[in-house]
Design a protein around this ligand. Structure first.
Ligand SMILES: Nc1ncnc2c1ncn2[C@@H]1O[C@H](COP(=O)(O)OP(=O)(O)OP(=O)(O)O)[C@@H](O)[C@H]1O
Length: 546
Protein backbone atom coordinates (compact mmCIF):
# COMPACT_ATOMS: atom_id res chain seq x y z
CA UNK A 1 0.00 0.00 0.00
CA UNK A 2 1.23 3.48 -0.85
CA UNK A 3 2.42 5.74 1.99
CA UNK A 4 -0.04 8.57 2.68
CA UNK A 5 2.76 11.10 3.04
CA UNK A 6 4.22 10.38 -0.39
CA UNK A 7 4.20 13.01 -3.10
CA UNK A 8 1.15 12.90 -5.36
CA UNK A 9 3.33 11.78 -8.25
CA UNK A 10 4.73 8.78 -6.33
CA UNK A 11 1.32 8.00 -4.88
CA UNK A 12 -0.02 7.61 -8.43
CA UNK A 13 2.95 5.80 -9.92
CA UNK A 14 2.96 3.22 -7.09
CA UNK A 15 -0.65 2.37 -7.86
CA UNK A 16 -0.53 2.68 -11.66
CA UNK A 17 -1.31 -0.98 -12.31
CA UNK A 18 -4.42 -0.90 -10.10
CA UNK A 19 -5.59 2.42 -11.54
CA UNK A 20 -5.32 1.06 -15.08
CA UNK A 21 -7.95 -1.54 -14.35
CA UNK A 22 -9.95 0.27 -11.66
CA UNK A 23 -10.89 3.73 -12.88
CA UNK A 24 -14.40 4.23 -14.29
CA UNK A 25 -16.10 7.12 -16.06
CA UNK A 26 -12.87 8.42 -17.56
CA UNK A 27 -14.75 11.15 -19.39
CA UNK A 28 -15.63 12.70 -16.00
CA UNK A 29 -11.99 12.71 -14.92
CA UNK A 30 -10.74 14.07 -18.26
CA UNK A 31 -13.45 16.75 -18.31
CA UNK A 32 -12.47 17.92 -14.81
CA UNK A 33 -8.76 17.99 -15.68
CA UNK A 34 -9.61 19.99 -18.79
CA UNK A 35 -11.87 22.44 -16.92
CA UNK A 36 -9.14 23.03 -14.36
CA UNK A 37 -6.57 23.74 -17.05
CA UNK A 38 -4.43 20.66 -16.37
CA UNK A 39 -5.10 19.35 -19.89
CA UNK A 40 -5.05 21.45 -23.02
CA UNK A 41 -7.41 21.02 -25.98
CA UNK A 42 -5.16 18.56 -27.85
CA UNK A 43 -4.51 16.38 -24.81
CA UNK A 44 -8.20 16.34 -23.95
CA UNK A 45 -9.16 15.36 -27.50
CA UNK A 46 -6.51 12.64 -27.62
CA UNK A 47 -7.85 11.11 -24.43
CA UNK A 48 -11.39 11.23 -25.77
CA UNK A 49 -10.24 9.53 -28.96
CA UNK A 50 -8.81 6.49 -27.10
CA UNK A 51 -10.88 3.41 -27.88
CA UNK A 52 -11.40 2.05 -24.35
CA UNK A 53 -11.14 2.90 -20.65
CA UNK A 54 -7.74 1.23 -20.37
CA UNK A 55 -6.35 3.49 -23.12
CA UNK A 56 -7.99 6.58 -21.64
CA UNK A 57 -6.59 5.86 -18.16
CA UNK A 58 -3.14 5.28 -19.58
CA UNK A 59 -3.27 8.59 -21.48
CA UNK A 60 -4.45 10.50 -18.40
CA UNK A 61 -1.80 8.99 -16.13
CA UNK A 62 0.94 9.66 -18.68
CA UNK A 63 -0.17 13.23 -19.11
CA UNK A 64 -0.29 14.18 -15.44
CA UNK A 65 2.95 12.32 -14.65
CA UNK A 66 4.70 14.20 -17.43
CA UNK A 67 3.35 17.52 -16.11
CA UNK A 68 4.58 16.90 -12.59
CA UNK A 69 3.49 17.10 -8.97
CA UNK A 70 0.79 19.80 -9.25
CA UNK A 71 -1.02 17.97 -12.08
CA UNK A 72 -0.81 14.65 -10.19
CA UNK A 73 -2.21 16.35 -7.08
CA UNK A 74 -5.14 17.72 -9.13
CA UNK A 75 -5.84 14.26 -10.49
CA UNK A 76 -5.92 12.74 -6.98
CA UNK A 77 -8.25 15.51 -5.84
CA UNK A 78 -10.59 14.89 -8.77
CA UNK A 79 -10.59 11.14 -8.11
CA UNK A 80 -11.43 11.83 -4.48
CA UNK A 81 -14.24 14.26 -5.31
CA UNK A 82 -15.75 12.02 -7.96
CA UNK A 83 -14.95 8.71 -6.26
CA UNK A 84 -18.56 7.55 -6.18
CA UNK A 85 -18.69 7.47 -9.92
CA UNK A 86 -15.06 6.98 -10.88
CA UNK A 87 -14.05 4.20 -8.49
CA UNK A 88 -15.61 0.79 -8.34
CA UNK A 89 -17.30 0.19 -5.02
CA UNK A 90 -16.34 -3.11 -3.34
CA UNK A 91 -19.38 -5.18 -2.47
CA UNK A 92 -19.48 -5.24 1.35
CA UNK A 93 -21.55 -8.41 1.60
CA UNK A 94 -19.85 -11.57 0.45
CA UNK A 95 -22.01 -14.51 -0.34
CA UNK A 96 -19.47 -17.13 0.74
CA UNK A 97 -15.95 -17.43 2.05
CA UNK A 98 -14.54 -18.18 -1.38
CA UNK A 99 -15.94 -14.93 -2.75
CA UNK A 100 -14.74 -13.07 0.32
CA UNK A 101 -11.18 -14.17 -0.03
CA UNK A 102 -11.19 -13.33 -3.75
CA UNK A 103 -12.65 -9.93 -2.99
CA UNK A 104 -10.25 -9.04 -0.17
CA UNK A 105 -7.40 -9.73 -2.50
CA UNK A 106 -8.73 -7.03 -4.81
CA UNK A 107 -7.09 -3.64 -4.35
CA UNK A 108 -9.53 -1.19 -2.77
CA UNK A 109 -9.10 2.11 -4.59
CA UNK A 110 -11.69 3.81 -2.35
CA UNK A 111 -9.56 3.09 0.68
CA UNK A 112 -6.42 4.07 -1.24
CA UNK A 113 -7.71 7.52 -2.22
CA UNK A 114 -9.09 8.23 1.25
CA UNK A 115 -5.58 7.60 2.69
CA UNK A 116 -3.90 10.32 0.66
CA UNK A 117 -3.17 13.36 2.79
CA UNK A 118 -4.60 16.33 0.90
CA UNK A 119 -3.21 19.72 1.87
CA UNK A 120 -6.73 21.16 2.08
CA UNK A 121 -10.12 19.53 2.44
CA UNK A 122 -10.82 18.29 -1.09
CA UNK A 123 -14.57 18.60 -0.52
CA UNK A 124 -14.16 22.32 0.36
CA UNK A 125 -15.86 21.85 3.73
CA UNK A 126 -19.55 21.78 4.50
CA UNK A 127 -21.25 24.43 6.58
CA UNK A 128 -24.14 23.03 8.54
CA UNK A 129 -27.00 25.29 9.31
CA UNK A 130 -28.30 25.38 12.85
CA UNK A 131 -31.81 26.55 12.14
CA UNK A 132 -34.85 24.45 12.79
CA UNK A 133 -38.47 25.04 13.68
CA UNK A 134 -37.90 24.76 17.42
CA UNK A 135 -34.87 26.95 17.93
CA UNK A 136 -35.77 30.25 19.57
CA UNK A 137 -32.96 32.15 17.99
CA UNK A 138 -33.05 31.65 14.28
CA UNK A 139 -29.74 32.45 12.66
CA UNK A 140 -29.75 34.02 9.25
CA UNK A 141 -28.68 31.78 6.43
CA UNK A 142 -27.50 32.84 3.02
CA UNK A 143 -28.19 31.19 -0.35
CA UNK A 144 -24.64 29.85 -0.34
CA UNK A 145 -25.19 28.29 3.11
CA UNK A 146 -28.24 26.58 1.69
CA UNK A 147 -26.26 25.36 -1.27
CA UNK A 148 -23.57 23.89 0.95
CA UNK A 149 -25.72 21.89 3.30
CA UNK A 150 -26.48 18.27 2.44
CA UNK A 151 -29.86 18.42 4.12
CA UNK A 152 -33.18 18.60 2.36
CA UNK A 153 -34.60 22.07 2.66
CA UNK A 154 -38.11 23.41 3.04
CA UNK A 155 -38.31 27.12 2.21
CA UNK A 156 -41.52 28.59 3.61
CA UNK A 157 -42.83 32.09 3.12
CA UNK A 158 -45.83 34.26 2.31
CA UNK A 159 -46.78 35.21 -1.25
CA UNK A 160 -44.25 37.46 -2.94
CA UNK A 161 -41.76 37.19 -0.08
CA UNK A 162 -38.93 35.97 -2.33
CA UNK A 163 -38.92 32.14 -2.34
CA UNK A 164 -38.57 31.94 -6.11
CA UNK A 165 -35.98 34.71 -6.10
CA UNK A 166 -34.00 32.77 -3.48
CA UNK A 167 -34.22 29.55 -5.53
CA UNK A 168 -33.03 31.40 -8.61
CA UNK A 169 -30.14 32.88 -6.65
CA UNK A 170 -29.10 29.39 -5.55
CA UNK A 171 -29.25 28.24 -9.16
CA UNK A 172 -27.17 31.22 -10.25
CA UNK A 173 -24.55 30.59 -7.58
CA UNK A 174 -24.44 26.91 -8.44
CA UNK A 175 -23.94 27.70 -12.14
CA UNK A 176 -21.12 30.12 -11.30
CA UNK A 177 -19.39 27.90 -8.77
CA UNK A 178 -15.62 27.54 -9.04
CA UNK A 179 -15.64 23.89 -8.33
CA UNK A 180 -16.22 22.18 -11.63
CA UNK A 181 -17.14 18.86 -10.12
CA UNK A 182 -19.79 17.18 -12.22
CA UNK A 183 -23.06 17.49 -10.38
CA UNK A 184 -26.64 18.19 -11.34
CA UNK A 185 -29.20 20.76 -10.38
CA UNK A 186 -32.80 20.74 -11.60
CA UNK A 187 -35.32 23.52 -11.09
CA UNK A 188 -39.05 23.01 -11.47
CA UNK A 189 -41.64 25.74 -11.30
CA UNK A 190 -44.39 23.50 -9.98
CA UNK A 191 -47.12 25.88 -11.15
CA UNK A 192 -45.88 25.46 -14.68
CA UNK A 193 -45.91 21.69 -14.64
CA UNK A 194 -49.26 20.97 -13.08
CA UNK A 195 -50.35 18.33 -15.53
CA UNK A 196 -47.92 15.54 -14.68
CA UNK A 197 -49.49 12.27 -15.86
CA UNK A 198 -49.53 9.46 -13.28
CA UNK A 199 -47.41 7.37 -15.62
CA UNK A 200 -44.58 9.88 -15.77
CA UNK A 201 -41.28 8.44 -14.58
CA UNK A 202 -38.04 10.00 -13.46
CA UNK A 203 -36.57 10.18 -16.96
CA UNK A 204 -39.57 12.11 -18.29
CA UNK A 205 -39.63 14.41 -15.31
CA UNK A 206 -35.97 15.31 -15.63
CA UNK A 207 -35.57 15.29 -19.37
CA UNK A 208 -38.98 16.08 -20.82
CA UNK A 209 -40.35 18.46 -18.24
CA UNK A 210 -36.92 20.04 -17.75
CA UNK A 211 -34.11 19.73 -20.26
CA UNK A 212 -32.53 16.97 -22.19
CA UNK A 213 -28.80 16.41 -22.66
CA UNK A 214 -27.68 16.77 -26.26
CA UNK A 215 -26.16 13.32 -26.27
CA UNK A 216 -25.68 10.31 -24.03
CA UNK A 217 -29.10 10.62 -22.38
CA UNK A 218 -29.01 7.06 -21.03
CA UNK A 219 -25.51 7.47 -19.68
CA UNK A 220 -26.46 10.73 -17.96
CA UNK A 221 -29.57 9.18 -16.44
CA UNK A 222 -27.55 6.19 -15.22
CA UNK A 223 -25.02 8.54 -13.67
CA UNK A 224 -27.76 10.55 -11.98
CA UNK A 225 -29.31 7.39 -10.56
CA UNK A 226 -26.02 5.82 -9.50
CA UNK A 227 -24.64 8.92 -7.82
CA UNK A 228 -27.79 10.63 -6.64
CA UNK A 229 -25.83 12.42 -3.91
CA UNK A 230 -24.61 14.69 -6.72
CA UNK A 231 -28.14 15.74 -7.58
CA UNK A 232 -30.10 18.73 -6.26
CA UNK A 233 -33.73 19.21 -7.23
CA UNK A 234 -35.65 22.41 -6.53
CA UNK A 235 -39.44 22.11 -6.52
CA UNK A 236 -40.64 25.71 -6.43
CA UNK A 237 -44.18 26.58 -5.38
CA UNK A 238 -45.38 23.14 -4.39
CA UNK A 239 -48.86 22.81 -2.93
CA UNK A 240 -49.38 19.06 -2.66
CA UNK A 241 -47.57 15.85 -3.42
CA UNK A 242 -50.35 14.65 -5.66
CA UNK A 243 -48.04 13.77 -8.55
CA UNK A 244 -46.68 10.27 -8.08
CA UNK A 245 -43.25 10.90 -9.53
CA UNK A 246 -42.77 14.08 -7.48
CA UNK A 247 -43.93 12.23 -4.39
CA UNK A 248 -41.37 9.49 -5.04
CA UNK A 249 -38.59 12.05 -5.45
CA UNK A 250 -39.58 13.86 -2.23
CA UNK A 251 -39.95 10.63 -0.26
CA UNK A 252 -36.62 9.39 -1.65
CA UNK A 253 -38.02 6.31 -3.36
CA UNK A 254 -36.23 7.71 -6.40
CA UNK A 255 -32.74 9.22 -6.16
CA UNK A 256 -32.34 8.26 -2.48
CA UNK A 257 -29.31 10.49 -1.83
CA UNK A 258 -30.42 13.54 -3.80
CA UNK A 259 -30.86 16.84 -2.03
CA UNK A 260 -34.37 18.20 -2.44
CA UNK A 261 -35.31 21.84 -1.95
CA UNK A 262 -39.01 22.65 -1.74
CA UNK A 263 -40.57 26.11 -1.59
CA UNK A 264 -44.13 26.56 -0.43
CA UNK A 265 -46.50 29.07 1.11
CA UNK A 266 -47.29 28.58 4.84
CA UNK A 267 -50.75 27.25 4.06
CA UNK A 268 -49.32 24.25 2.22
CA UNK A 269 -46.58 23.34 4.66
CA UNK A 270 -48.55 21.07 6.93
CA UNK A 271 -49.85 18.82 4.18
CA UNK A 272 -46.36 18.11 2.91
CA UNK A 273 -45.36 16.42 6.22
CA UNK A 274 -41.64 17.09 5.87
CA UNK A 275 -40.81 17.05 9.54
CA UNK A 276 -37.15 16.14 9.51
CA UNK A 277 -36.26 18.63 6.80
CA UNK A 278 -34.27 21.76 7.40
CA UNK A 279 -37.00 24.40 7.60
CA UNK A 280 -36.03 27.88 6.55
CA UNK A 281 -38.42 30.79 6.72
CA UNK A 282 -38.07 33.39 4.00
CA UNK A 283 -38.63 36.68 5.78
CA UNK A 284 -38.43 39.31 3.04
CA UNK A 285 -36.61 42.63 3.28
CA UNK A 286 -35.21 44.04 6.52
CA UNK A 287 -35.43 47.80 7.26
CA UNK A 288 -31.89 48.14 6.06
CA UNK A 289 -32.54 46.26 2.81
CA UNK A 290 -35.67 48.32 2.15
CA UNK A 291 -33.56 51.50 2.36
CA UNK A 292 -30.93 50.10 0.02
CA UNK A 293 -33.54 48.72 -2.39
CA UNK A 294 -35.53 51.96 -2.57
CA UNK A 295 -32.53 54.23 -2.83
CA UNK A 296 -31.16 52.07 -5.66
CA UNK A 297 -34.44 51.98 -7.54
CA UNK A 298 -35.76 55.50 -6.78
CA UNK A 299 -32.69 57.61 -6.11
CA UNK A 300 -33.55 60.72 -4.04
CA UNK A 301 -37.29 60.03 -4.25
CA UNK A 302 -36.84 57.09 -1.89
CA UNK A 303 -36.94 59.45 1.11
CA UNK A 304 -40.59 60.18 0.39
CA UNK A 305 -41.41 56.48 0.69
CA UNK A 306 -39.30 56.12 3.82
CA UNK A 307 -41.31 58.91 5.48
CA UNK A 308 -44.46 56.90 4.96
CA UNK A 309 -44.59 54.19 7.64
CA UNK A 310 -47.46 52.36 5.94
CA UNK A 311 -45.48 52.01 2.74
CA UNK A 312 -42.29 50.96 4.50
CA UNK A 313 -44.27 48.23 6.22
CA UNK A 314 -45.52 47.00 2.86
CA UNK A 315 -42.00 47.01 1.45
CA UNK A 316 -40.97 44.17 3.77
CA UNK A 317 -42.52 41.99 1.09
CA UNK A 318 -40.14 42.31 -1.92
CA UNK A 319 -43.02 41.95 -4.36
CA UNK A 320 -44.68 45.04 -2.86
CA UNK A 321 -41.37 46.89 -2.68
CA UNK A 322 -41.03 46.32 -6.41
CA UNK A 323 -44.52 47.62 -7.07
CA UNK A 324 -44.13 50.60 -4.74
CA UNK A 325 -40.92 51.54 -6.54
CA UNK A 326 -42.62 51.17 -9.93
CA UNK A 327 -45.53 53.27 -8.78
CA UNK A 328 -43.27 56.07 -7.50
CA UNK A 329 -41.18 56.11 -10.59
CA UNK A 330 -44.34 56.47 -12.71
CA UNK A 331 -44.78 59.99 -11.25
CA UNK A 332 -48.39 59.26 -10.39
CA UNK A 333 -49.74 61.80 -7.92
CA UNK A 334 -51.90 59.19 -6.16
CA UNK A 335 -49.51 56.85 -4.41
CA UNK A 336 -50.70 53.48 -3.08
CA UNK A 337 -51.02 53.03 0.69
CA UNK A 338 -52.44 49.54 0.90
CA UNK A 339 -51.78 46.14 -0.63
CA UNK A 340 -54.84 46.45 -2.78
CA UNK A 341 -53.93 49.89 -3.98
CA UNK A 342 -50.51 48.58 -4.87
CA UNK A 343 -52.04 46.06 -7.25
CA UNK A 344 -54.48 48.57 -8.70
CA UNK A 345 -51.66 51.03 -9.11
CA UNK A 346 -49.54 48.37 -10.84
CA UNK A 347 -52.38 47.66 -13.28
CA UNK A 348 -52.86 51.36 -13.84
CA UNK A 349 -49.13 51.85 -14.34
CA UNK A 350 -48.98 49.08 -16.95
CA UNK A 351 -51.93 50.56 -18.82
CA UNK A 352 -50.42 54.01 -18.66
CA UNK A 353 -47.22 52.73 -20.18
CA UNK A 354 -49.22 51.22 -23.00
CA UNK A 355 -51.42 54.28 -23.44
CA UNK A 356 -48.39 56.52 -23.98
CA UNK A 357 -48.37 55.17 -27.47
CA UNK A 358 -52.01 56.16 -27.97
CA UNK A 359 -53.75 59.49 -27.58
CA UNK A 360 -55.60 58.40 -24.46
CA UNK A 361 -53.85 59.97 -21.50
CA UNK A 362 -56.44 59.47 -18.78
CA UNK A 363 -55.99 56.03 -17.16
CA UNK A 364 -59.70 55.87 -16.30
CA UNK A 365 -60.41 56.20 -19.98
CA UNK A 366 -57.92 53.41 -20.72
CA UNK A 367 -59.66 51.20 -18.18
CA UNK A 368 -62.95 51.92 -19.90
CA UNK A 369 -61.80 51.28 -23.44
CA UNK A 370 -59.84 48.19 -22.45
CA UNK A 371 -62.48 47.02 -19.96
CA UNK A 372 -63.59 43.95 -21.87
CA UNK A 373 -60.04 42.82 -22.56
CA UNK A 374 -59.12 43.23 -18.90
CA UNK A 375 -62.16 41.26 -17.84
CA UNK A 376 -61.29 38.44 -20.20
CA UNK A 377 -57.84 38.45 -18.60
CA UNK A 378 -59.49 38.32 -15.19
CA UNK A 379 -61.63 35.38 -16.31
CA UNK A 380 -58.58 33.48 -17.55
CA UNK A 381 -56.83 34.26 -14.25
CA UNK A 382 -59.76 32.88 -12.27
CA UNK A 383 -59.92 29.59 -14.13
CA UNK A 384 -56.16 29.13 -14.13
CA UNK A 385 -56.06 29.70 -10.36
CA UNK A 386 -58.91 27.27 -9.88
CA UNK A 387 -56.98 24.74 -11.98
CA UNK A 388 -53.81 25.42 -9.91
CA UNK A 389 -51.80 26.51 -12.88
CA UNK A 390 -50.14 29.61 -14.25
CA UNK A 391 -50.91 28.74 -17.87
CA UNK A 392 -53.70 30.89 -19.26
CA UNK A 393 -54.80 28.29 -21.74
CA UNK A 394 -58.01 29.82 -23.05
CA UNK A 395 -56.84 33.39 -23.38
CA UNK A 396 -56.55 35.00 -26.77
CA UNK A 397 -53.52 37.22 -26.51
CA UNK A 398 -53.88 39.56 -29.41
CA UNK A 399 -54.13 42.76 -27.40
CA UNK A 400 -50.96 44.57 -26.40
CA UNK A 401 -52.55 45.82 -23.17
CA UNK A 402 -53.36 42.30 -22.10
CA UNK A 403 -49.93 41.11 -23.16
CA UNK A 404 -48.26 43.74 -21.01
CA UNK A 405 -49.33 41.81 -17.89
CA UNK A 406 -48.07 38.51 -19.22
CA UNK A 407 -44.95 36.63 -20.11
CA UNK A 408 -44.75 33.73 -22.56
CA UNK A 409 -44.07 30.39 -21.04
CA UNK A 410 -43.18 27.31 -23.00
CA UNK A 411 -44.88 24.05 -22.21
CA UNK A 412 -43.25 20.87 -23.45
CA UNK A 413 -45.88 18.74 -25.11
CA UNK A 414 -43.47 16.17 -26.57
CA UNK A 415 -39.69 15.68 -26.31
CA UNK A 416 -39.05 17.94 -29.27
CA UNK A 417 -42.18 20.03 -29.21
CA UNK A 418 -43.13 23.00 -27.09
CA UNK A 419 -46.25 25.11 -27.05
CA UNK A 420 -46.29 28.75 -26.02
CA UNK A 421 -48.88 29.76 -23.49
CA UNK A 422 -49.02 32.92 -21.45
CA UNK A 423 -48.67 33.40 -17.70
CA UNK A 424 -48.90 36.47 -15.47
CA UNK A 425 -45.66 38.25 -14.63
CA UNK A 426 -46.24 37.10 -11.07
CA UNK A 427 -48.64 34.60 -9.55
CA UNK A 428 -49.99 37.11 -7.01
CA UNK A 429 -51.07 39.33 -9.91
CA UNK A 430 -53.00 36.34 -11.27
CA UNK A 431 -54.70 35.96 -7.89
CA UNK A 432 -55.59 39.67 -7.88
CA UNK A 433 -57.21 39.43 -11.32
CA UNK A 434 -58.96 36.20 -10.30
CA UNK A 435 -60.51 38.03 -7.34
CA UNK A 436 -61.65 40.76 -9.70
CA UNK A 437 -63.41 38.18 -11.84
CA UNK A 438 -65.03 36.70 -8.77
CA UNK A 439 -66.53 40.07 -7.88
CA UNK A 440 -67.69 40.53 -11.44
CA UNK A 441 -69.55 37.22 -11.03
CA UNK A 442 -71.01 37.37 -7.52
CA UNK A 443 -73.07 34.22 -8.12
CA UNK A 444 -69.78 32.28 -7.87
CA UNK A 445 -68.74 33.74 -4.51
CA UNK A 446 -70.54 31.24 -2.26
CA UNK A 447 -69.12 28.36 -4.26
CA UNK A 448 -65.60 29.76 -3.85
CA UNK A 449 -66.13 30.20 -0.09
CA UNK A 450 -67.02 26.53 0.07
CA UNK A 451 -64.02 25.60 -2.04
CA UNK A 452 -61.77 27.47 0.39
CA UNK A 453 -62.90 25.11 3.14
CA UNK A 454 -61.81 22.04 1.20
CA UNK A 455 -58.21 20.99 1.59
CA UNK A 456 -57.76 20.23 -2.10
CA UNK A 457 -59.00 23.70 -3.12
CA UNK A 458 -57.27 25.75 -0.47
CA UNK A 459 -55.22 27.47 -3.16
CA UNK A 460 -58.37 29.58 -3.73
CA UNK A 461 -58.03 31.20 -0.30
CA UNK A 462 -55.69 34.04 -1.32
CA UNK A 463 -58.55 35.37 -3.50
CA UNK A 464 -60.63 36.23 -0.45
CA UNK A 465 -58.44 38.99 1.06
CA UNK A 466 -58.11 40.54 -2.40
CA UNK A 467 -61.89 40.43 -2.87
CA UNK A 468 -62.47 41.94 0.59
CA UNK A 469 -60.24 44.86 -0.19
CA UNK A 470 -61.72 45.40 -3.62
CA UNK A 471 -65.14 45.66 -2.01
CA UNK A 472 -63.94 48.32 0.35
CA UNK A 473 -65.82 51.52 -0.41
CA UNK A 474 -62.51 53.37 -0.37
CA UNK A 475 -61.25 51.18 -3.15
CA UNK A 476 -59.96 53.40 -5.93
CA UNK A 477 -62.49 54.52 -8.46
CA UNK A 478 -60.55 52.78 -11.19
CA UNK A 479 -62.08 49.47 -10.29
CA UNK A 480 -65.50 50.96 -10.91
CA UNK A 481 -64.62 51.25 -14.56
CA UNK A 482 -64.64 47.46 -14.65
CA UNK A 483 -67.33 46.72 -12.10
CA UNK A 484 -69.98 49.42 -11.56
CA UNK A 485 -70.12 50.87 -8.04
CA UNK A 486 -73.76 49.72 -7.54
CA UNK A 487 -72.81 46.11 -8.32
CA UNK A 488 -69.97 46.22 -5.81
CA UNK A 489 -72.21 47.82 -3.19
CA UNK A 490 -74.85 45.16 -3.69
CA UNK A 491 -72.25 42.40 -3.28
CA UNK A 492 -70.67 43.96 -0.21
CA UNK A 493 -74.08 44.03 1.50
CA UNK A 494 -73.98 40.25 1.95
CA UNK A 495 -70.36 39.27 1.17
CA UNK A 496 -68.76 39.94 4.57
CA UNK A 497 -71.56 38.39 6.59
CA UNK A 498 -71.54 35.32 4.38
CA UNK A 499 -67.76 35.08 4.59
CA UNK A 500 -67.68 35.23 8.38
CA UNK A 501 -70.51 32.72 8.61
CA UNK A 502 -68.77 30.34 6.26
CA UNK A 503 -65.35 30.52 7.85
CA UNK A 504 -66.62 30.29 11.38
CA UNK A 505 -69.14 27.57 10.56
CA UNK A 506 -68.93 24.16 12.12
CA UNK A 507 -67.70 22.68 8.86
CA UNK A 508 -64.82 25.12 8.88
CA UNK A 509 -63.95 25.07 12.57
CA UNK A 510 -64.48 21.34 12.87
CA UNK A 511 -61.92 20.70 10.20
CA UNK A 512 -58.47 20.09 11.62
CA UNK A 513 -57.16 22.11 8.70
CA UNK A 514 -57.02 25.84 9.51
CA UNK A 515 -59.92 27.12 7.43
CA UNK A 516 -58.70 30.61 6.79
CA UNK A 517 -56.02 32.74 8.27
CA UNK A 518 -58.10 35.21 10.29
CA UNK A 519 -55.08 37.21 11.55
CA UNK A 520 -54.01 37.47 7.93
CA UNK A 521 -57.43 38.78 6.94
CA UNK A 522 -57.31 41.29 9.82
CA UNK A 523 -54.00 42.51 8.55
CA UNK A 524 -55.47 43.03 5.11
CA UNK A 525 -58.51 44.76 6.52
CA UNK A 526 -56.38 47.06 8.61
CA UNK A 527 -54.40 48.05 5.60
CA UNK A 528 -57.49 48.70 3.52
CA UNK A 529 -59.08 51.66 5.21
CA UNK A 530 -61.64 52.54 7.86
CA UNK A 531 -64.67 51.30 6.01
CA UNK A 532 -63.71 47.71 6.48
CA UNK A 533 -62.26 48.15 9.94
CA UNK A 534 -65.59 49.44 11.23
CA UNK A 535 -67.33 46.49 9.64
CA UNK A 536 -64.80 44.14 11.14
CA UNK A 537 -65.22 45.63 14.61
CA UNK A 538 -68.95 45.11 14.53
CA UNK A 539 -68.65 41.49 13.49
CA UNK A 540 -65.97 40.55 16.03
CA UNK A 541 -68.43 39.57 18.78
CA UNK A 542 -70.11 37.01 16.53
CA UNK A 543 -66.72 35.71 15.54
CA UNK A 544 -65.72 35.36 19.20
CA UNK A 545 -68.91 33.50 19.93
CA UNK A 546 -68.17 31.10 17.13
N1 LIG B 1 -34.02 39.44 -2.76
C1 LIG B 1 -34.71 40.14 -3.64
N2 LIG B 1 -34.19 41.23 -4.23
C2 LIG B 1 -34.88 41.97 -5.12
N3 LIG B 1 -36.14 41.67 -5.51
C3 LIG B 1 -36.71 40.60 -4.96
C4 LIG B 1 -36.04 39.77 -4.01
N4 LIG B 1 -36.86 38.77 -3.65
C5 LIG B 1 -37.98 38.96 -4.35
N5 LIG B 1 -37.91 40.05 -5.13
C6 LIG B 1 -38.96 40.60 -6.02
O1 LIG B 1 -40.22 40.18 -5.54
C7 LIG B 1 -40.92 39.45 -6.55
C8 LIG B 1 -41.65 38.31 -5.90
O2 LIG B 1 -40.73 37.36 -5.39
P1 LIG B 1 -40.90 35.78 -5.57
O3 LIG B 1 -41.54 35.46 -6.87
O4 LIG B 1 -39.59 35.16 -5.29
O5 LIG B 1 -41.94 35.47 -4.40
P2 LIG B 1 -42.49 34.06 -3.92
O6 LIG B 1 -42.23 34.00 -2.44
O7 LIG B 1 -41.94 32.97 -4.75
O8 LIG B 1 -44.04 34.28 -4.18
P3 LIG B 1 -45.23 33.21 -4.46
O9 LIG B 1 -45.47 32.42 -3.21
O10 LIG B 1 -46.39 34.10 -4.77
O11 LIG B 1 -44.81 32.40 -5.63
C9 LIG B 1 -39.85 38.99 -7.53
O12 LIG B 1 -40.39 38.91 -8.83
C10 LIG B 1 -38.80 40.05 -7.44
O13 LIG B 1 -39.09 41.10 -8.32
Amino acid sequence: MADANMSAKDYISNTRAQLLGGLRNLSVIAENLYQQGVLNDDEFNEIKAEKDDYGRTEAILDSVTRKGEAACYQLLKIIYQTRKRTLERPDPVFKNSHEASAETKKFDLNHWISCFSFKEDPEMGSNYIQENKNTKHKPKVSPSDLLKTDKNILLVGNPGIGKTALSHEMLRQWAKRDKKKLDYMFYFDMREITSIPPTMGLEDLLFTAYCQPDEGKDEVLQDIERTSDNVTIILDGITTLSSLVVQKVVKKDLLPDAKIIITCRPDDEEDLCLEDWLRVEVKGFSEETIKTYLSTTLGDDHREVLNNTQMVTLCHVPMYALMVAASFSSGDSLQPRTVNEIYISAVRHRLQLKSRKTRIKNPNQVFKTKGNKLLSLAKAAFYATQGKTVSLEELSCDDSCVLSFLKPHHVKVAPAETRTVYAFLHYTMQEFFAALWLLKNPDKIREVFQQCLAKEMKHMRPLIPFACCLLNEKSPRLINCLIPAEELKETSEWFFKEMINTFTSEAAVGDSEPYIDIPFLCQWFLSSGNGVISFWTCTLPSLRQA
